[in-house]
Design a protein around this ligand. Structure first.
Ligand code: ADP
Ligand code: C5P
Length: 250
């Protein structure tokens, strides 16, 4: 069920210089990428991981925050815009924000409005943390983003389930009608999933079938993070899982 528990960088705890000022060395955060198709449960999985890491400082960064705002011209033809293409995101800005967080500094992350297809004026200030989770449909697509990650996760949920959830969510929360949701899904969401998102699954260290329904996979991931953070005793909520995990350690 859980494909592989290797992390991309077992040396994330190597300390970095703080410029020779004599201050304590800065410990680099453990960076986790969580990718998967639309409505696969990425956010739900992240929240489950965060709630189990209650003794760690964790921040969640959404790739959605880095959508380009549409111009007036694009807004008039919004039904011809592909929000599932890698070019829909400002990846340079995402890389810069992640780099700032990685080096222990707070950063301003944009807020995105799915109803207006625009950045919201007020961004949010995010402090760095022990664990940074970067979540989004295409976070495993670009090698520069992948290279930041210590652990890469792909949430693999059946596409019919995802479409059903998407219809529900977009009509209730994102101000869409069913006809538009289905048109967009057939024209852009499904083809881009097949072209860009699904192929990025091969970069994952861990694949979670059934998303948030898979408690076992989430427990194993949390135990692995705790081991990497050197905080076993703070995370031993599931001692049996920890024992099983130990036999899988490579
Ligand atoms: P994503 O971040 O991948 O778009 P979300 O976690 O936001 O997905 O989930 C999309 C929708 O599906 C939300 O309304 C969420 O409450 C619901 N959902 C997610 N996982 C489950 C699940 N395991 N069972 C039932 N509903 C779920
Ligand atoms: O939360 P989720 O991962 O589903 O968010 C990504 C999805 O949001 C994409 O599949 C994209 O089609 C959709 N989207 C949208 N309108 C926007 C921005 C993104 O429908 N303005």
């Amino acid at each position: 069920m859980v494909a592989d528990l290797r992390t991309s960088d077992d040396n994330h705890f190597s300390v970095q210089s703080n410029g020779g000022s004599g201050q304590a060395p800065i410990k680099q955060p453990f960076i986790i990428g969580v990718a998967g198709g639309t409505a696969s449960g990425k956010t739900t999985v992240c929240n489950m991981i965060i709630s189990q890491l209650h003794d760690q400082r964790v921040v969640l960064v959404n790739q959605d925050s880095f959508y380009h705002s549409l111009t007036n011209e694009q807004l008039q033809r919004v039904h011809e815009y592909n929000f599932d293409h890698p070019d829909a995101f400002d990846t340079e800005l995402l890389l810069s924000c992640m780099d700032t967080l990685r080096h222990g500094r707070a950063v301003s992350i944009p807020n995105y409005d799915f109803k207006r297809h625009q950045q919201i004026e007020h961004s949010r200030m995010v402090n760095t943390a022990d664990v940074i989770i970067l979540e989004g449909i295409l976070v495993l697509h670009d090698s520069r983003v992948r290279d930041l990650m210590n652990m890469k996760i792909f949430v693999d949920t059946d596409s019919d389930v995802r479409l059903a959830r998407r219809i529900q969510r977009d009509t209730v929360e994102r101000g869409r009608n069913i006809e538009n949701v289905l048109d967009q899904y057939a024209k852009y969401v499904k083809p881009s999933f097949e072209e860009f998102i699904l192929p990025s699954m091969k970069h994952a260290d861990v694949i979670i079938p059934r998303g948030a329904d898979n408690d076992v996979a989430i427990d194993l991931i949390v135990q692995h993070i705790c081991t990497k953070l050197g905080q076993h005793n703070l995370c031993k909520i599931y001692p049996n899982v920890f024992v099983i995990y130990s036999t899988f350690q490579i």
